[in-house]
Design a protein around this ligand. Structure first.
Ligand code: SOE
Length: 383
């Protein structure tokens, strides 16, 4: 008989992110057996009864709901996990917090700052545990980058560069809106690549290199009108298809960020490079177990970029997996996030990024969008 404490999960939304999170809940206790808490897949909710029943069967949820308000009202749910489109995050999170549930919410926190503020207030007022799924922090090579920077190995940091490139919206025939293409609909998503992709880059950047002070951005919407799936009419496209911004970090370094859904050949290429006084590091999602490191203090005859295959038990999270030399994948970052959330319940420390921490990413996103709209520099703290 298990002595673990149960954390009964109520998942809302069963799309792509519902799958990644469910996989995390299912696998965590096989690989993190020391944790005191064990997730229990108590209920899943989606408006379509057929869809939610099939999802529950596939992933092992004990029950289904078709109305998220009913799921939140249940007294056999401890934590609500929000995997809906962005326009539902605020309403669900605020109601869940008011009902005393812990809240885990898929990124970005919300569509904009007003919703984000209300969400932070709600979880803090209710005193419930909360976190946002910025999963890339928990890829071992990225976590190792954090350890290297915090150990001071790079020295003073001069440059932070990040890209997130995709190519899935190039066709002018692609409609906007509706269930599968809500990321193309500004009313539902809040923004385009800024909130969807750059938000990841900004979260990682703040975590690795500290706060961003001010930004100057340009955005472009290459295809101005598209058929809307819900209305059947040709409607103006409100999202940013591409966004480039540069910035000052509070530590004095310069940042350069680019994201687009129009980079033919790139499906999900997230990369970053950081250049410091003594050393540089770079990382690439397509080779996610590798961290590249250059240290100028190495003896000159062997100086060069080191390719660190992050699979050793001494490296972050890797003592939990196979044996040194064997790689893990994208899905493991979500398993690590579940493990860290469960650990945070045991230790009583917040699971980063909390809603409040993710609010700073929202402020940067807003400054970026405002800067692009006004063709002016924007100060993040003014948002
Ligand atoms: C968009 O295509 C997307 O799925 C994002 O919504 C995710 O957050 C990102 O990790 C991968 O790309």
């Amino acid at each position: 008989m298990s002595k673990k404490k149960e954390l009964r999960i109520g998942l809302i939304g069963c799309g792509f992110m519902g799958r990644t999170h469910s996989n995390g809940y299912r696998r965590v206790w096989n690989f993190f057996p020391e944790l005191a808490y064990k997730p229990v897949l108590q209920a899943v909710c989606s408006r379509s009864e057929d869809k939610v029943k099939a999802f529950a069967e596939q992933w092992g949820y004990a029950s289904v709901e078709t109305d998220w308000k009913k799921l939140i009202a249940r007294d056999d749910i401890d934590a609500v996990d929000i995997c809906t489109p962005n326009n539902m995050h605020a309403e669900i999170a605020i109601a869940a917090a008011a009902a005393g549930k812990m809240v885990l919410c898929e990124k970005p926190l919300a569509r904009g700052l007003e919703e984000s503020r209300r969400m932070v207030e709600a979880v803090e007022k209710a005193g419930v545990n909360n976190t946002i799924w910025y999963n890339y922090r928990r890829i071992p090579a990225v976590t190792l980058a954090k350890q290297i920077i915090d150990a001071g190995k790079l020295g003073r940091i001069f440059h932070y560069r990040a890209n997130f490139l995709q190519d899935w919206t190039i066709s002018a025939d692609l409609p906007q809106g509706g269930e599968s293409l809500w990321r193309m609909d500004a009313d539902v998503a809040g923004s385009g690549v800024t909130g969807d992709l750059l938000a990841h880059c900004i979260d990682t950047a703040i975590w690795l290199n500290g706060s961003i002070k001010d930004v100057s951005a340009v955005t472009e919407t290459f295809i101005k009108e598209r058929v809307h799936q819900l209305t059947g009419k040709v409607e103006k496209v409100g999202i940013d298809d591409a966004c480039i911004f540069h910035c000052h970090f509070e530590n004095g370094s310069l940042g350069l960020f680019e994201s687009t859904r129009y980079a033919r050949g790139h499906k999900a290429l997230y990369t970053f490079e950081i250049n410091g006084e003594h050393a540089s590091i770079r990382w690439d999602l397509h080779d996610l177990n590798r961290l590249e490191y250059f240290d100028h203090r190495d003896e000159s005859i062997v100086r060069g970029w080191r390719s660190i295959h992050v699979t050793d038990g001494d490296q972050p999270y890797m003592d939990k997996w196979w044996v040194p030399g064997l790689s893990i994948g994208y899905e493991h970052s979500f398993i690590h996030q579940v493990a860290d959330f469960l650990k945070s319940l045991e230790t009583g420390t917040p699971c980063s990024p909390t809603f409040r921490e993710a609010y700073e990413t929202q402020q940067v996103c807003q400054a970026v969008l405002d800067s692009a709209a006004s063709a002016n520099w924007k100060t993040v703290a003014d948002q």
